[in-house]
Design a protein around this ligand. Structure first.
Ligand SMILES: [Zn+2]
Length: 151
């Protein structure tokens, strides 16, 4: 995957761009758009230990602010938690994950935990059931749900 998978969202008052040290390039297109449409934005490249700084940054934002996060799975998770804590909702955040991410997959039959990798189908390591990796993500479980495929 090259470039970013970010979609520009219109009607926002301000954009926040947040990334770790390797993700800055992902925002290139968005930055161009923000500049040409004169939408105000803040850009932050995160370095270790800036959690409380980020928290302050998020909590001082006004309504209508939209957050873009780019980085590793762990980074995105951390930033999202801080943003949620500051009052952002799922609808006000877009993320782009870099690198391969093993999806956590919960078996719908035995509720066992599996790693989904990049395949669409996974054999549950606990009950042997073939599971289809769904897009159904549970925030409570921090995992995707694996459904039994009907053939
Ligand atoms: Zn199972």
């Amino acid at each position: 995957m090259s470039g970013s998978s970010f979609k520009i969202v219109s009607g926002k008052r301000k954009f926040l761009f947040c990334t770790d040290s390797e993700g800055a390039g992902d925002f290139y297109d968005l930055l161009q758009r923000a500049l040409s449409e004169k939408i105000p934005f803040d850009f932050h490249i995160f370095t270790e230990g800036q959690e409380s700084m980020l928290k302050n940054w998020f909590s001082t934002q006004k309504m209508g602010t939209y957050l873009y996060i780019s980085g590793s799975a762990e980074f995105i998770k951390m930033v999202k938690e801080l943003a949620f804590g500051a009052g952002f909702s799922e609808q006000e955040i877009q993320t782009a994950m870099r690198g391969f991410l093993p999806k956590k997959l919960i078996c719908c039959t035995c509720h066992g935990e599996n790693e989904a990798g990049e395949n669409k189908f996974v054999i549950c390591r606990l009950c042997g059931q073939e599971l289809e990796v769904s897009d159904h993500y549970s925030r409570r479980l921090d995992a995707y749900l694996g459904y039994v495929t009907i053939k």
